[in-house]
Design a protein around this ligand. Sequence first.
Ligand SMILES: Nc1ncnc2c1ncn2[C@@H]1O[C@H](COP(=O)(O)OP(=O)(O)OP(=O)(O)O)[C@@H](O)[C@H]1O
Ligand SMILES: [Mg+2]
Length: 468
Amino acid sequence: MKKRLLIIDDDTDSSSALLGQLAESKSLEVCGVATGVDEAWRMLQATGPDMMMLGTIKGAERGILCQQFRLAYPQLSFIAACSPQELMWEPFFRNLGLWVVVKPVQPGQLEALAMVPQTMITGNVPLHQPNHHAAAVPLHQAEAQIQQPESENNHQSSYTTSSGPKHLLTVYGPKGGVGKTFLSRELAVFFTMQKREGRPLRVLAVDFNLDLGTFATTLNLPRTPNLFTWVQDIDAQLQSYVQQQGRDPFTLRNEEWQEYASALTLSPQDIQKYIVTHTETGLHVLTSPRDIRHSFEIRDYHLYLILETLKRSMYDVILIDTAPDTTDATIQALFFAEQVVMVGNPVVDSIENIQRLLKLLREAEYPEERIQVCMNRLQRREMFTLDEIRAYFQLHPTRKIYSVPDDAEVKKSINTGVPVMLHPGRIAAKDAIEALGKSLLPTDSEIEGPGPKSKTKERPSLFRWLWG
Ligand SMILES: Nc1ncnc2c1ncn2[C@@H]1O[C@H](COP(=O)(O)OP(=O)(O)OP(=O)(O)O)[C@@H](O)[C@H]1O
Ligand SMILES: [Mg+2]
């Protein structure tokens, strides 16, 4: 059976040439040619094509358009027909699941694509569409570990110090230097200034950048005690437990330690022994080790025990700053979190890595609604608009991308150790972080009335400029 192709292109010469060339095709028939978006929607409904080729379309961006069409017609496959000058966007289109062909389009290319099975054409998984591909190996491990907190809530603890719902937030970004630590610090400070039922929130910030963490430095805090102090105590407890079981700690393998650790329940009250306090805000901080070598001694099961204990603690908000990697510490912090702030910069390498990470998380069926994307260091004129970035990430059009402006005050505030949130004046970055904080966790002030708005103006678009 022939595949049906709908062409959208305002370059009518190229469309009619293709129409003629495909007239005799055995595998493909052109079921319609549209020159504008409205016409394309009408034809889509009327003709029910299998494939859609997007050429130049006045006033529209192919990435976004493809995303909108795909939401309405998930089975449809897409081809972007680019001029040689537009080929720099090929990786973007490919990541959006569009095939890319160069104009003048050869009918043979389209016929070859018509032969490719549908599942291969729609290579990327659209949002909300269940993905049945096998998850990547590291995430298999992660899932195995992460299902435990849910299914093992039967870890009976006599320390029920918690009151009210707790919130674990992980700040992550798969590229270094994008502003994770800065945003973690500011969000943590923002939460200390919020109230729930008239009581200030109890907030703990945790530095999961185990080897090179700088969270303490950004608040002028000492590095002792720290996570490693806790890990040493866990090891001491584990050793005596193992000895009680009649085993020699020196002969145990890592898997055996892991098993013994899973039987251990730590006391959430003990957390107080390992934190340092930021006196100006009352923020508690569990800092990363002082010595890099100490971080080498922290194992997956230590982190699991720590995260599980934090979840049972008295804190209302636990905010985890992470490293730009995919180590077990980071993956566990992602899977333990109720919400993740995915931080990037509006630069192609950072955007690409977020897309790769989102793809991985989708394949692991990670609940995408937990992820809030935040573009940090936005300047007045950017090459990419937030809409384009959203389309590239294949986020639902209703999902907001948060943004924080590039602000000279930030560098100063990091060097002085004084958070932007404590700055008395109005700073653009401060307003933006407040808006992000409120969206992450509604608090009393949010319930009482809306805060200052930080609406992002529409930015000039390179896509629009290119394809006019
Ligand atoms: N909104 C901003 N405006 C101006 N400068 C910023 C902004 N956000 C971050 N920076 C600058 O970027 C630097 C790096 O930020 P930060 O340390 O938070 O990144 P990171 O993602 O945590 O890095 P790493 O991956 O190494 O942990 C900061 O020292 C600061 O100077
Ligand atoms: Mg950092």
